[in-house]
Design a protein around this ligand. Structure first.
Ligand code: KG4
Ligand code: ZN
Length: 342
């Protein structure tokens, strides 16, 4: 069965055609990064307008690149939330119009379920339950996934999301938006350089046993170090490395703790920050040390795309979670609140 996936929750207008939830026939992502860069972050009104302009060309391209027609689609899967409401509205309206006019079933997918779908694309054989670390621009969450629409939240950030912390720290050092990939690259260049005065930044573990996260203290520590300082390239590089070390260490330790608590055998890492090279290698080391299986989508599937939405949409559709044409986007839509029937 072919599924058309649509994703417009943030700053990527994306559409994809996926066969049987596993084979990606096309995956088109139109990024708005250049439009937002000069503002140093995402401007919601600009995002909505760009989605409006891009959605039809992106849909056409995804269908034509797949070699399939709209009438070949068994369902249309679309991100309904969480995200920017004006941005979500563009994708959901397009999905509803296509579903109505071509008589194709509609499936609303939570954006985090979408990120989980990327892991299903990467490893279609993985079985639930598993522990999932979601790290993106809006989320830093640990979930225990028993099955589709059976999600237990184990912990979440109490302030900034990991990606948000990356982006803010980059911004305060004058690095371009989005900061995550930039810090990843620069930190990599300074991986084994001597510390040269740059301190170790704090790791927030919170109360003993807590699986919650906090990145605001780390961000403030970087701000306090950087403020008023003449930043040479070397200092920027070392701050990137030390910041990344602190962020990654906490993400990995809490993930391992969650695996132990649940006596789980599989850890899934998902979301844009899961494309971070230091996080990927630290999680891989942890999986070897602690003898669990690690599934991380390839970097291009970690950041927002529609193939991941189609992959989850396929499974949700098979489980009977089709949506009506009264489907509406929701800016706040916790994954654990998703109902079994769609
Ligand atoms: O999942 P995503 O594409 O969109 C959201 O759902 O938020 O994640 C975007 C976030 C941004 O904060 C971006 O800086 C971060 O993921 N990111 C990275 C990397 N690539 C993207 N953070 C660290 N290292 C990377 N390589
Ligand atoms: Zn995302």
């Amino acid at each position: 069965m072919y599924i058309l996936g649509i994703e417009t929750s943030c700053d990527e207008t994306a559409a994809a055609v996926v066969k049987d939830g596993a084979v990606v026939l096309s995956n088109v992502v139109s990024s708005q990064i250049e439009l937002h860069r000069k503002w140093g972050g995402i401007v919601p009104e600009i995002a909505s307008r760009a989605h409006m302009e891009n959605i039809m060309p992106v849909l056409h391209e995804a269908l034509s690149a797949s070699g399939k027609r709209l009438s070949d689609m068994g369902a249309i899967a679309v991100t309904v939330g969480p995200g920017l409401i004006g941005a979500l509205l563009v994708g959901v309206s397009a999905a509803k119009a296509l579903a109505y006019s071509a008589h194709i079933p509609l499936v609303g997918v939570n954006h985090i379920e979408g990120h989980m779908g990327a892991a299903l694309l990467e490893a279609p054989d993985i079985s639930m339950p598993f522990v999932m670390l979601v790290v993106s621009g809006g989320h830093t969450h640990l979930y225990y996934v028993r099955g589709f629409r059976d999600y237990e939240k184990l912990g979440q950030t109490r302030d900034d999301a990991a990606g948000e912390a990356y982006d803010k720290v980059a911004k305060l050092m004058g690095l371009p938006y989005p900061g995550g990939p930039v810090i990843d690259r620069i930190a990599g260049e300074y991986v084994s350089a001597p510390v040269n005065g740059v301190p170790k930044f704090p790791r927030a573990y919170l109360e003993a046993g807590s699986l919650d996260f906090s990145f605001s203290g780390l961000k403030t520590a970087v701000l306090n170090y950087v403020r008023g300082r003449d930043m040479s390239d070397e200092t920027v590089g070392l701050v990137c490395r030390e910041f990344q070390d602190a962020a990654v260490e906490v993400l990995v330790k809490k993930s391992v703790q969650a695996m132990r608590n649940k006596d789980a055998g599989i850890l899934v890492a998902a979301g844009g920050v899961a494309s971070n090279s230091a996080l990927r290698s630290a999680l891989l080391d942890a999986s070897r040390e602690n003898d669990f299986r690690l599934v991380i989508p390839r970097p291009g599937f970690c950041t927002d795309n529609a193939a991941m939405v189609a992959a989850s949409g396929y499974r949700l559709f098979k489980l009977g979670a089709a949506s009506g044409l009264d489907l509406n986007p929701q800016a706040n839509l916790p994954m654990e609140k998703m109902k079994a029937g769609g």
